[in-house]
Ligand binder design. Structure first.
Ligand SMILES: [Zn+2]
Ligand SMILES: [Zn+2]
Length: 406
């Protein structure tokens, strides 16, 4: 025990030295404060032994063959402070990053991780419920403001009719933010405000929807509420990540997720709990829990068939008594590796091991800093307020002079 404490203290001491050395090394007058604010230059670690029990964002370099997945949201449409709606951040050792779902509130946790937003330019949505896409506007504008100076790419399924597909969703979201987006023109980089939609046919099984830089992402149909929802598998460097989205237990999932490394599937509230905690009638609760979603014993049955290296369940309210009930449900049908995920859980995945930790983030944090390329990216289309509105400026206030542009 004493040895373990000494070792972890040593680990922290080593990290402290590396970080402060890096800071001094990068310090000069012009960059005063910048190195601190960036906080995304990971320090090299002294091998796995130096890894801390918790994950402190931007303090660990991913190994070339490593994948890191962080839960940005694991809750319900009626999100809570502790559990936002569905969102998943996937980082690869080759430097690529991906978002899967961007449900309501999930952007809060993404900002808390302080990633390099210049790289956060791809989101794969499982379906168009607000608890899976509700933070689209926050990603579009918040990511643009925080470092993205290239278009945002949105990958998502078609629907039974065009108005029910991802392209129509994005078009209408953009239209509804016309005032917001117009008002930022000329102030923020032009390209960062653009969106490119990649809508694909939800019905195609094992559909390759993305292929670049050694990463392949495929989709297949899910069974949930209306036609359209899908599940995804990301494959890279011999590692595989599966994200189920919302679905009734389906055979495509069992086939395509079989043997994958990290397999995320909803693990919904059981009917009686849904009725009790939401105040619903048992019939409605049973319908939602077992006909539209996947309740815990069904989740366990799926994972027993899939046999992943790590099964991840989410999409509930993990108050203690409910978490226990969900866990007992899963364990009736599955005895393999399991995480019942809450927000900011972190999985580090290599071929040798999967490590599960929690991220430690600040309640209040600086946003990620933008880069020099962001600052020099073209900006056009600036519109001033009208002469009428200008005429209302209070004559008793004079703003400070504008600095010379650097
Ligand atoms: Zn849904
Ligand atoms: Zn959902």
């Amino acid at each position: 025990m004493i040895g373990k404490i000494a070792k972890s203290l040593l680990g922290l001491a080593v990290v402290g030295v590396v970080v402060s050395f890096g800071y001094r090394q990068g310090y000069d007058d012009r960059d005063a404060g910048r190195e601190m604010r960036l906080a995304r230059s990971a320090a090299a670690q002294e091998g796995d032994d130096a890894r801390k029990g918790s994950y402190y964002p931007n303090t660990e370099q991913l190994a070339d063959d490593e994948m890191r997945v962080i839960a940005l949201g694991t809750g319900m449409p009626n999100l809570t402070k502790a559990q936002k709606s569905s969102g998943w951040f996937v980082e690869l050792g080759n430097g690529d990053v991906f978002l899967f779902d961007i449900g309501s509130g999930s952007m809060e946790n993404l900002h808390a991780l302080r990633p390099d937003f210049a790289k956060v330019d791809k989101v794969f949505v499982s379906h168009l419920h607000t608890d899976h896409v509700g933070d689209f506007g926050a990603l579009l504008v918040g990511g643009w403001l925080t470092g993205r100076y290239t278009p945002l790419h949105v990958y998502g399924p078609s629907g039974a009719e065009r108005p029910l597909g991802t392209a129509a969703f994005v078009e209408h979201q953009i239209q509804s933010f016309a005032w917001d987006l117009s008002g930022r023109s000329g102030r923020l980089p032009d390209a960062g405000g653009r969106v490119e939609v990649h809508e694909f046919d939800y019905r195609v099984v094992n559909n390759v929807v993305y292929e670049a830089n050694g990463v392949t992402i495929t989709s297949w149909p899910a069974i949930h509420a209306l036609d359209g929802p899908v599940s995804y598998k990301l494959e890279w460097n011999g590692l595989s990540f599966v994200f189920g989205g919302d679905t009734y237990p389906n055979s495509w999932f069992i086939e395509n997720a079989a043997g994958a490394d990290l397999v995320i599937h909803e693990c919904f509230l059981p009917p009686a709990a849904l009725a009790k905690y939401f105040g619903w009638g048992l019939a409605q609760a049973t319908n939602v829990s077992t006909r539209i979603h996947t309740e815990p014993t069904a989740f366990g049955k799926i994972m027993s068939a899939v046999r992943p290296r790590m099964a991840v369940g989410y999409h509930s309210v993990l108050i203690p008594e409910l978490a226990q009930e969900i866990l007992e449900g899963v364990r009736q049908t599955y005895d393999g590796p399991l995480t019942l995920a809450s927000d900011l859980y972190v999985w580090n995945i290599t071929k040798d091991r999967i490590e599960v930790r929690e991220a430690v983030v600040a309640e209040r944090a600086y946003p990620s800093s933008v880069t020099p390329d962001y600052n020099s990216a073209p900006r056009t289309g600036f519109t001033e307020t009208s002469e009428f509105i200008q005429s209302g400026k209070w004559a008793e206030y004079t703003p400070p002079p504008m600095p010379e542009r650097r």
